[in-house]
Design a protein around this ligand. Sequence first.
Ligand code: COA
Length: 173
Amino acid sequence: MPIPTTTLQPNKNNIVIESLGTQHNRTRFKCGISSLDDYIKKQAKQDVKRRISQVFIATEPASPGVIVGYYTLSSLSVELNNLPEALACKLPRHPIPAALIGRLAVSAHAQKNGIGKMLLVDAIKRTLAVSEEIAIYAVVVDAINEDAQSFYAQFGFTPLNTDRRLFLPLKSL
Ligand SMILES: CC(C)(COP(=O)(O)OP(=O)(O)OC[C@H]1O[C@@H](n2cnc3c(N)ncnc32)[C@H](O)[C@@H]1OP(=O)(O)O)[C@@H](O)C(=O)NCCC(=O)NCCS
C-alpha cells in the first residue's frame, strides 16, 4: 500500500514530506551532527529495505531531490519500569506499545524555519493514524544531545527512566 505524502507550509514555503525514495540525494545532507548525516547517507536505505525503520524526507517542491530534513519511525516496546511510577501504576504489568522517532534532523541551512516542528507533527499524525488500527500508547523520541532534549520538551515530551529518551502519551494530544 503506498505511504501517504504530506504537503505543508512552514513560514509560507511549501514542504513535501514523503517516504525515502531513489529521487532523494542522500549524499549532500548536512545538519551539523555527523552521526545524523551519516545515517541518511549510509544506513537509511538499508533500514527501509529490511523494514527496521521507515524514513520520511522533507523537500521543497522546486528541488524534489534535495533533502531539507528527515525523521525515522519504528515500533518499540517500553518496559514498564522505564515509565514514571505515577503512570506505570495505572498500566497493566506488560511492556507498553510505542512508536519511536529514532532520528530527526533538518539541514543546517534550513534550520529555524519551522521544518523541525513540521517533521515532528507529521510523525505524530502518522502515528495517530496507525494507532486507529494497532494500539500505540505513546510516541518516544531519542534525543541526541541536551539541545535536542529541550527541542522535544517544548512539545510536551517528558523523560523516560533511560538516557535521553523522552515520551508523549497519545491520549494527551
Ligand atoms: C533540533 C532541530 C531538529 C530543530 O529543527 P528546526 O527546523 O531548526 O526547528 P524549528 O524551526 O521547527 O523550531 C520549532 C521550535 O523549536 C525551537 N527550537 C529549535 N531548536 C531548538 C533547540 N535546539 N532547543 C530548544 N528549542 C529549539 C524553535 O525556537 C521553535 O520554537 P517556536 O515554535 O516557539 O518558535 C534542528 O536544529 C536539527 O536538525 N539539529 C541537529 C540535529 C538534532 O539535534 N536533532 C534532534 C533530534 S535527534
